[in-house]
Design a protein. Structure first.
Length: 205
């Protein structure tokens, strides 16, 4: 039986790492150092391009591994929005977002460094935002959370109260689509369940 390679997450996102752990996948973390501001194009294109660049930047340092790069971009009014530069931008962003809907695009690139193969795909989910008051926006931005995440919001943290509903995969909004990861693994000849070995999820959760 072919041993399952190490799994490496080319992302500093705690939410992505927690998503993998909750799904029974133990992952190493390697920060890519890719300059996210250097990529242009439409929101979906940016998300996928950055995911590929992050995976490729890390892949060369991890032989015999599966390396996953991800990147999320919020599309609002046809424009791409990543992490806000500062609190003022986050407040202005939320003033545009409240009561509206956007599309959260998350690019995924999985590289099998031993075989020299890779697969990449995009997952997109529609997010409907609540109609926040100015006071709620100021309080939320004051927590610092919106400054650390693409789109200036989370669905699994403090921002969860401000997301009315989503259309699509919940995990895409968190930053890593598990169904899409399963498909990418299959393309490279692996079963998602193979990665549970030695790290079986707790059935009580």
């Amino acid at each position: 039986m072919t041993p399952v390679p190490r799994f490496v997450l080319a992302s500093a996102s705690p939410a992505r790492l927690q998503t993998l752990h909750a799904a029974g996948i133990r992952a190493e973390v390697a920060i890519s150092g890719v300059d996210e501001s250097a990529v242009g194009g439409g929101p979906a294109e940016v998300a996928l391009t950055l995911a590929v660049r992050k995976a490729e930047a890390v892949g060369g340092s991890w032989p015999a591994s599966l390396v996953l790069g991800c990147d999320s971009v919020l599309e609002l009014g046809g424009q791409a929005h990543g992490k806000p530069r500062d609190a003022a931008e986050a407040i202005a962003r939320w003033q545009r977002m409240r009561g509206q809907s956007g599309v959260l695009h998350t690019g995924h690139c999985l590289i099998d460094t031993a075989a020299g193969r890779q697969g990449a795909a995009l997952a997109s989910t529609v997010v409907h935002f609540g109609d926040l008051t100015d006071e709620e926006i100021t309080a939320y931005v004051g927590t610092g959370e919106p400054l650390r995440v693409a789109g200036a919001f989370t669905v699994d943290g403090l921002g969860g109260a401000f997301v009315e509903r989503i259309e699509g995969d919940h995990h895409t909004v968190v930053g890593l689509s598990l169904p899409l990861l399963r498909r990418l693994l299959a393309e490279l000849g692996y079963r998602f369940t193979d990665l549970w070995q030695g790290s079986t999820p707790d059935p009580g959760h």
